[in-house]
Design a binder for this molecule. Structure first.
Ligand code: ADP
Ligand code: MG
Length: 376
């Protein structure tokens, strides 16, 4: 898959370039929570700097959170503009007139998520050309990703090109998938597409609970019930690929008396909160990973927001860091921000900026943001 990139003749001094970035990052007390090296904003900087070198006039646009088509003051992108300003060493303002300016949160307008051509026309007024550098939203049919490409000459930014190139490489065998986190439905396409060629899928996190709940028990996710639809998805996957799924043999749980315990899968019941995979599961997963030549990982093994539930994810990242000569790919907002804080992200061959987008791309789903940029 080859993407259309701009050439020197496309961008000259004064060309107005509208750039879709993914700067949907946590904000606290009106400030961007400092990002690590793999932060979405930091990774989007080289493209902007390159455009500035060409003499372009850059307008950045992103969504932030989920305001649902209404203006919500706390979700203004003003702190993001200030953060870009600091990193680029210049003033960046919403609607300012410097070399880099920013548009307000795209999702303040209901047209964004409806892929409304009228909203896309409003956006298009800010540029002569459009550059998409936001892989993380390319699986969404939104105005700033999809409809806009019908109105302006459109190009892929370097971050998008890198994601597509890296994620298109066919995995060497044996391939081991590692899946955790929640919402099996979002991970289904990837599992269905890659399980036929994978040696195994190591299942942890809320996903393991979903699989166990589907067949045997009424188990609770930390966030509540496993829905009927999720159960059906789990059964469907187990029917086709049951022999390749590796579920944890033990878990860390919080009992109804708030005691933290390690128990076997057989001892699980509905009144416990399942927090993490246990040490036996960890050892088993590590030994499978030792044989792998490719690893694709999405989703934490436990409720990593909770101090007592971090071990599984940390140990797994260490195990993956130790495998020799394997290509290891990781993606997912929660997984990456956690491993970055733990200083464990350097052990991976490729860190994707996409969570849902990586799952969709690897799952062979249609990518409304990428399709219009493919050179046929
Ligand atoms: P990513 O953002 O990396 O794609 P997900 O969004 O799928 O990952 O999942 C991350 C979430 O999964 C975390 O908030 C974590 O608390 C949750 N999680 C992990 N293990 C469990 C569990 N056993 N029960 C409920 N939630 C879990
Ligand atoms: Mg997530």
């Amino acid at each position: 898959m080859k993407l259309r990139c701009y050439k020197n003749s496309d961008i000259k001094k004064g060309t107005r370039v509208l750039v879709r970035v993914d700067a949907n990052v946590p904000i606290k007390n009106g400030r961007v929570v400092p990002e690590g090296d793999f932060g979405r904003i930091k990774q989007s900087l080289p493209e902007i700097q390159n455009l500035l070198k060409h003499g372009a006039q850059v307008t950045l646009m992103t969504h932030l959170g989920d305001p649902g088509g209404r203006m919500i003051k706390d979700l203004s992108v003003a702190p993001i503009a200030r953060y870009y300003g600091r990193l680029l060493g210049m003033k960046v303002k919403i609607g300012g007139n410097g070399p880099v300016t920013m548009l307000e949160n795209l999702r303040f307008n209901a047209g964004e998520e409806k892929n409304d051509p009228r909203f896309a026309r409003e956006l298009a007024r800010h540029g002569d050309v459009f550059v998409n550098n936001a892989f993380a939203v390319c699986h969404r049919e939104h105005a700033s990703v999809s409809a806009i490409t019908k109105l302006l000459p459109s190009f892929a930014g370097e971050l998008l090109v890198r994601e597509v190139t890296e994620l298109s490489r066919s995995p060497k065998q044996p391939l081991v998938l590692v899946m955790g986190g929640v919402k099996l439905s979002t991970k289904l396409p990837l599992l269905e597409r890659l399980l036929p060629q994978a040696q195994a899928a190591l299942i942890g996190g809320g996903l393991a609970v979903t699989f166990l709940a589907a067949t045997q028990k009424s188990l609770q996710l930390a966030g509540g019930e496993v829905s009927a639809a999720e159960r059906r998805s789990a059964i469907q996957i187990m029917e086709c690929f049951g022999n390749k799924l590796l579920l944890p043999k033990d878990f860390v749980v919080r009992s109804s008396l708030r005691k933290i315990q390690v128990i076997t899968a057989n001892e699980l019941h509905g009144r416990q909160t399942i927090l993490d995979i246990g040490p036996a599961a960890m050892r088993r997963f590590s030994s499978v990973l030792d044989q792998a030549k490719s690893v694709i990982w999405n989703g934490p093994m436990g409720v990593v927001e909770d101090r007592v539930a971090r071990r599984g994810t940390v140990e797994l990242a260490r195990a993956i860091g130790r495998i020799k000569s394997a290509r290891t790919v990781i993606g997912g907002g929660d997984t990456i921000s956690f491993l970055e804080r733990q200083k464990l992200i350097d052990g991976f061959s490729f860190v994707s900026t996409g969570g849902g987008a990586m799952l969709a791309f690897l799952g062979g789903e249609s990518m409304p943001g990428i399709k219009p940029l493919v050179i046929k």
